[in-house]
Each structure stands twice: as C-alpha cells, then as structure tokens.
Design a protein around this ligand. Structure first.
Ligand code: FMN
Length: 447
C-alpha cells in the first residue's frame, strides 16, 4: 500500500495541475467547501491511493454537499461554474434523453458540454454527474456507456420529471413506479458500466410507504446515491407547494446509501434547515440558485430585508460574472438563439426583480426581443441597467423583500425553522461516519 505521504503528494500534484489549468479562466476560484472535501479525502485512510476519489467517497467524506440541480436548458457549463465559484460542491448536466443522445450526433453536441479540463474529480475539481432519461434499457445503457467514457464522475437516472413530455415518453416521474423497468435499467447499467457510480433522482409518492418501497428497490438494484425531491408528480408548475422534508427524512433513515434532499430551498437559512430536518448528506437547489447563484456562499449572504439597492447590485454583479464565463465558454444549444437562449434565460432570472420595475421595462423587452441573440448585446443591456441603477433614487428602485422570481407563482413559502442546530449537525456527522464505515467494510470485503 502506498504511504499517506504518497497520497498527499498525489493530491498536491492534482491541485498543482488544476491551478495551471485554471489560470486563464477569469473569475475561477476553488470553493472553500470543495477544498475542505478534497482535503478530507486526502487524509482519509479509505481513499484509494494514487487514483482520484470516486464520487461516493467524495460525497461521504463530508462536509455536507451543496448541489446545483440538473436543469434542462439551464445547466450550461458557465452556470455550473458560476455556482461553484460561490460554494456549490456538486453539479449535474441537464437531463439528456437517452435515445436522442445515443442516436444523434447533433443532439449530443447541442446538449452535452462536459468540460473535461475544469470539471471532474480526475483533475481535483468538484464532480459532475450526467443525467439521462428514458425507459429503454438498451438506449439507457448505451447512453451511460458513452457518458462514462467521456469521463463524468457519475451517471444519474431522471425519475422525477413531471412534464407532459415525460408522460408521453414514459420516463421521469412516470417511469418511477414501474419498478420492474427501473430495476432492469439500473442492473443493466451496473453490469455494463461498472466503473462509474450510478445515482437516481426521484420524486416522493402520495404515500410514504410507496416512496420507501421504490427507494429501497433502487438501492437493492445498485443505485449508489439517491436525490429525493420532496414533492409529488402532481405538485408541479402552479400547483407547486412547500416540499415535504419529513418524507425525505424517512428515505434518509431507511436507506444505506447517501441521500441528497431537494425541494423548497429559497434562502441560506433554508439550506441549513433542510439539512437539519432531513439529515441528508447534502441538499440540492434549482430555482433559487437560478435567481441567486451565490445561494451557497454563506459568508456573503444578504439578509432577506436588506435594502433593495444592495440586493440589485449583488444581482448585477452575479450577472456580469456569468456573462464573463459565458463569453469564455459559450453555452451549447440549437434553435433560433443557439446557446444564447440559455444566457438570456439566466440573465432574466437573475435580474427578475429589477426587470419587474416599470422603470426598466424597456430593458426587459429588449432582452426578450428576437433581435437580441449575441452575448455582447445582452452584456450591453446589463451594463445599461447597472448605469441606470446608479443614478436612480433608492425610492425608485424599492421593491418588497418578499418579492422574487422564486416566489412568482407561489404563496409566500413558510420560513423553515432550524430546530436544534447542534443536534442536527451531530446527526448528519454520525450518518456520514456510518456511511464511511459501511464503505470501508465493502472495500475490505472486495480485497
Ligand atoms: C428550468 C428547470 C429545469 C429543470 N430540469 C430538470 C432536469 O433536467 N432534470 C431533473 O431531474 N430535474 C429538473 N428540474 C427540477 C429540479 O432539478 C428540481 O428538482 C426542482 O426544481 C425542485 O427544486 P427547487 O425547489 O430547488 O426548485 C428542473 C427545474 C427547472 C426550474
């Protein structure tokens, strides 16, 4: 067995290579949480020496994971990197339809943008999981094979999509209860792609027993990590409700594999509350991160009641950081705007509060216009907003602190209490320890 010194040298070398790779990328910084996780791994006795940590080792080495959700047309590399710059420790690609991914080269180049030099544990970067969807065992297995060969850290099966297109295609949340098919898919991927961890993302069922039964079947079939979105398939679009964190907690308690909690996180306080309430090893956010990509940057979090100007200035700054990244790494895409439709959608969400002010309606319209299809045009709109915010009075740009893109269709969400912070932290740490011990046992039994 190589010594711990050899292991440390490997990690140091990886970080050195990483630094060289990162130098030309403006705005990149290794996140504190990412650093903590990697250093935890480098000192862990169970870390396989001279090889990068596997996804599951990374997840369970702790501390908790802060996850950027898979999002169709919004999980471009530039956005993933933006959230990493502000504390995200694990990110996903958007959902990739397995049949299209396997059979169409142009689908792959328009939808898949894994950045091998900047993402993935192989180079000491926070990991990337590629998400696939479909009900055909052959296509799912082949898509997983191609993605594994491209070097992603994990493959995730989408078993939570509630959209009509998923119903029509029999995938996502509609496939979830068909456990004979999901089990077959999981087993086939495990058999054919044994070296890339397999995970799944599910929604809860109406009844907790059904949720637990489905989750257990996925675990037994070989899924190595599960994300649970605490809403049912019906709780979608305008019917979206506060997520059921207690149901997620039940899944955490009943499974042996790590569980990520998803749904209803709006603020940094919610991040703390969902981890405390569920004891999950991490939490995943989607819509709140789209509006505030610095959700996980706890050191610089703004209070809910901060002055509107302070909030808007932060939003413009984030937007400009995103645009710089998107200039260096233009999002892939097809259609009228190509990848620029992703840029426009991100800018719109980050600046939703500003654009909702009639004073800036012209800029909102300009962003939405079909003639805005290049990054320099979008950048000009953001610069224009920044200049106009500077000369506006505080009164002119005032908006209620409860107003946000996240809440656009919803009742004001309940502020989630953090019940007993220390007890919650102790429970999460205990769970991480148990997961580590189980993993070591499994590794020992393999050698
Ligand atoms: C624009 C958008 C695209 C999404 N695309 C996906 C996807 O590709 N795969 C997936 O599993 N979930 C997808 N989701 C669902 C989110 O990953 C997440 O489960 C859901 O939004 C709940 O989290 P939240 O309450 O933090 O928003 C998407 C959500 C949004 C808003």
């Amino acid at each position: 067995m190589p010594s711990s010194r050899t292991r440390r040298s490997f990690v140091a070398l990886s970080l050195f290579v990483l630094t060289i790779v990162m130098v030309p990328v403006k705005g990149f910084r290794f996140t504190a949480a990412g650093r903590r996780t990697l250093s935890a791994l480098s000192s862990s006795a169970s870390t396989p020496p001279a090889s990068p940590p596997s996804l599951v080792n990374y997840i369970t080495a702790g501390p908790q994971q802060y996850v950027t959700a898979p999002m169709v047309a919004q999980s471009d590399f530039a956005f993933r990197q933006l959230t990493r710059n502000h504390g995200a420790t694990l990110t996903y690609t958007q959902m990739l339809h397995a049949r299209n991914f396997v059979s169409s080269k142009s689908f792959r180049s328009d939808n898949y943008d894994f950045n091998t030099e900047m993402e993935g544990l192989k180079y000491g970067n926070p990991p990337l999981i590629a998400q696939i969807a479909g009900d055909d065992v052959g296509y799912m297995t082949e898509a997983a094979t191609i993605l594994s060969e491209s070097g992603v850290d994990g493959i995730d099966i989408n078993l939570g999509c509630p959209q009509a297109i998923a119903k029509k295609g029999n995938y996502g949340a509609f496939l979830l209860p068909q456990t004979d098919i999901t089990t077959e898919i999981v087993k086939s991927i495990k058999r054919n792609v044994p070296n890339t961890p397999l995970t799944a993302k599910i929604r809860i069922q109406e009844k907790i027993e059904d949720t637990l039964m489905i989750a257990r079947k996925l675990e037994e079939a070989g899924v190595e990590m599960l994300t649970v979105h605490g809403r049912t398939v019906k709780e979608n679009k305008t019917l979206t409700k506060q997520a059921n964190w207690d149901a997620i907690r039940e899944v955490v308690r009943h499974l042996e594999i790590p569980v990520i909690a998803n749904g209803g996180i709006e603020t940094p306080q919610d991040v703390e509350a969902i981890l405390a309430r569920t004891s999950a090893v991490g939490c995943m956010s989607s819509e709140a991160l789209l509006e505030n990509p610095s959700l996980y940057d706890f050191d610089n979090a703004l209070p809910m009641d901060c002055p509107s100007r302070v909030f808007l200035d932060r939003q413009v700054k984030l937007c400009k950081e995103y645009i710089e990244l998107a200039k260096l790494f233009p999002p892939v895409g097809n259609g009228r705007f190509g990848g620029h439709s992703a840029v426009k959608a991100h800018v719109f969400k980050m600046l939703y509060t500003a654009f909702s002010n009639p004073k800036f309606q012209d800029l909102r319209n300009k962003l939405g216009h079909k003639k805005t299809y290049r990054i320099d045009q979008t950048e000009e709109i953001v610069n224009n907003l920044e200049a106009r915010l500077k000369i506006a009075t505080d009164e002119e740009i005032q908006f209620p602190s409860t107003f946000s893109w996240y809440r656009r269709h919803r009742q004001p969400l309940v502020v989630q209490p953090v019940i007993n912070k220390n007890a919650a932290k102790a429970e999460i740490n205990m769970r991480l320890q148990t997961l580590k011990e189980r993993r070591m046992k499994r590794m020992n039994s393999l050698t």
